[in-house]
Design a protein around this ligand. Sequence first.
Ligand SMILES: [Ca+2]
Ligand SMILES: [Ca+2]
Ligand SMILES: [Ca+2]
Ligand SMILES: [Ca+2]
Length: 253
Amino acid sequence: MKLSSTLLPLLHSIIMFGLLVEVAYAQKTITRWCVLVSGTNDPAVISSQRDTQYMYHILVDHMGIGEDRVYYLHVDTSYRGVDALASKANVRWAIENWLRSHAQQPDIVFICFVSHGAQGIDGGRGDPVDEDDPWDEGVEVGGAYYWDDELRAGILGINCSALWVVIESCYSGGFIPDLSLTTPKTLVLTSTDEGSLSWADTDGDGFSEWIESFMDALHFLYHDDGIDNFADTAWIGNTVFHTGASLPGYPGT
Ligand SMILES: [Ca+2]
Ligand SMILES: [Ca+2]
Ligand SMILES: [Ca+2]
Ligand SMILES: [Ca+2]
């Protein structure tokens, strides 16, 4: 079959457009978007408030992520860089509106919670009955709980190439089955497993033990000044990807 003289220029244009789109996509830089949440006012775990400050410092000052690309929610809005009070409505807005409207392929999204954790009856709030055990897991945000089913639904609408979720809270490993998605591709790191409590700051240095080690590692990677605080990396070896089995429990219990 012979193409007519009118079809050939059109075909050429379509091919060129396809090539241009491909080149444009290949050249698009990856933008990183972050939602950072310090979720509890409980003075017994005041380290949870400092943890997110340390994380904010690493994201902005060492990883070079613009402050306008880190949406930071905190129970105390006087901390540096905080955009909004940590409430369930505000966290939901940050994930379901801010992240969804800003992130696009091939961006990378980072979500981090530091707070108390809780378990509630699976499906007990109208959420899907989808757990292998009887309990949904949730993380406190300003006196309410943001549940695993809710976070799953929130991140399903984010258009990015990869998504990190980091949670320091009791029972945080119970988020892993809910958030193990292939679209977007997720990596979930939690301080403990589905059924265990999690240390806060037991050595009195102001930071919660698991996420402190994780952040020290990040800090080192993005601020290579020779020696940095790797003293706690044994915690990473024990607890990254949620093993939790080594965690003796929340201080005082
Ligand atoms: Ca559920
Ligand atoms: Ca569970
Ligand atoms: Ca769960
Ligand atoms: Ca500590």
